[in-house]
Design a binder for this molecule. Structure first.
Ligand code: GDP
Ligand code: IMO
Ligand code: MG
Length: 423
């Protein structure tokens, strides 16, 4: 049976999914996003120029590839339309390359306002949301109030919009300083964008995907965010509002579990996290600062500095287990080229007890127990074959493979498309 392959982030997002999807895409005829929304920022660096995608799947730069925005995605029309304009400005005709599920939910301007109001009300306990309206949009989806792309085609669309907007305004009125959250300007752009997007097919993508799989078409599912931001199994409540694990592919595209093929799990050679929430291996010292500056660890969507720390094997093994990862892909090894010593957390101490299991609270009180590795102290950015990698890096990779029980198939050594080593 022809199966759908999956690319997932195994940490807290920003592992390099965009780059890898772009690199793998020549082997596929379609790329499909199955969850998340414009909270994602997937960078693809081509010829030294970085392109950031939020909603459009990362197969868009390859000719002959269909890009599908699946039912599990929440879409802000303004952001999607803006992305499409930027891609078209590069001389790429997006027509014929992009289709949208009729079941994909719309992010309304008032969802953004509710996101901002909710975060402001939380004060210090805020999640550190990207403020793109993700949480409120998924709340309306599960609360059975949402608007979907298919609804745009109905004569009563505007009426449905106004009904939901009114409900949101009532909710907003319960927040302090709610008048701050004016959405009038954005609303005008929103309707313009909705109209502009009508040129793309709104489709029952679950039928299309299954039909194409039956016909033998190779399809790649592209995850957004990371495994530890999964609403079910991540560091709740400091998570996003969708299922970022492989299971999300089934509900987010309409494919059966038996149709999941290879699961490519992407991780950085260290860890980063944006926003609030537990991060046991976080570094507050010069090493953390070096990871941030050398790795250019600033959010692709919000520009916020990313928190940086050592690789966390407890969290990585958990992510591999939860999604049945078949192949690992290690990113940004080049960032640690100058390090004398590299550490990996192999267990946590929690209240005096050692554990290698990722705890339900994401390790709020966990003290990492580290294993140390010798750094390779060599510039690896120009290396293109696995054999030519320094012995110390090969040892580091062998350790990760032994711990996770999963082969590292690709090592990425720089942002560009070509900076990649496959085994
Ligand atoms: P995504 O959200 O998972 O797609 O990841 P982001 O695009 O948000 O963040 C990854 C960042 O790392 C981007 O700026 C990439 O250009 C960059 N990047 C990807 N792979 C590598 C690599 O191997 N080395 C270096 N130095 N940068 C990389
Ligand atoms: P990509 O796809 C990193 C984080 C936010 C916040 C939490 C909830 O580029 O890896 P939300 O806006 O979803 O309500 O925010 O999740 N977050 C991400 N962090 N990369 C992302 O996407 C993220 N999307 C959301 O910072 O902590
Ligand atoms: Mg990102």
């Amino acid at each position: 049976m022809n199966k759908i392959d999956v690319v997932l982030g195994l940490q807290w997002g920003d592992e390099g999914k965009g780059k890898i999807v772009d690199c793998l895409t020549p082997g596929y005829k379609a790329v499909a996003r199955f969850q998340g929304g414009p909270n994602a920022g997937h960078s693809i660096s081509i010829g030294g120029r970085s392109h950031v995608l939020h909603t459009v799947p990362s197969g868009i730069f390859r000719e002959g590839v269909l890009n599908i925005i699946g039912n599990g995605v929440v879409v802000d029309p303004v952001i999607l339309q803006d992305e499409i304009s930027k891609i078209e400005a590069l001389g790429i005709d997006v027509t014929g390359r992009l289709i949208i599920s009729k079941r994909a939910h719309l992010i309304l301007p008032t969802h953004r306002a509710l996101d901002a109001a909710s975060e402001a009300a939380k004060g210090k306990a805020k999640i550190g949301s990207t403020l793109k309206g993700i949480g409120p949009a998924y709340m309306d989806k599960t609360g059975r109030n949402g608007l979907r792309f298919g609804d745009i085609l109905l004569p009563e669309f505007e009426q449905k919009y106004l009904t939901l907007k009114k409900k949101h305004q009532q909710m907003l009125s319960h927040y302090k300083d709610f008048s701050m959250f004016n959405t009038d300007d954005y609303e005008q752009k929103w309707f313009e964008a909705v109209n502009a997007l009508r040129r793309f097919p709104f489709v029952d993508t679950e039928f299309l995907v299954n039909r194409e799989l039956d016909a033998g078409t190779p399809i790649l599912a592209e995850g957004a965010q990371g495994s530890l931001l999964d609403v079910e199994f991540g560091s709740y409540p400091f998570v996003t509002s969708s299922n970022t694990l492989a299971a999300g592919v089934c509900s987010g595209l309409g494919v059966a579990p038996s149709r999941i093929g290879r699961v490519y799990g992407i991780f950085k050679a260290y860890c980063t996290r944006v926003g609030s929430g537990p991060f046991p291996t976080e570094l507050f010292d010069e090493t953390g600062e070096s990871l941030r500056s050398i790795g250019k660890e600033f959010g692709a969507t919000t520009g916020r500095p990313r928190r940086c720390g050592w690789l966390d094997m407890v969290a990585l093994k958990y992510a591999v287990m939860m999604s049945g990862v078949t192949d690992l892909i290690m990113m940004k090894s080049d960032v640690m080229d100058g390090f004398d010593t590299i550490k990996v957390a192999t267990s946590y101490m929690i209240n005096g007890k050692e554990t290698a299991e990722y705890p339900y609270d994401g390790g709020t009180n966990a003290q990492p127990v580290y294993t140390e590795f010798k750094g390779w102290k060599k510039d690896i950015s120009g290396v293109r074959s696995f054999e030519d990698l320094p012995a110390e890096l090969k040892d580091y990779i062998a350790f990760i493979e032994k711990e996770t029980g999963c082969p590292v198939r690709i090592v990425s050594v720089g942002p560009d498309r070509e900076a990649i080593i496959s085994r």
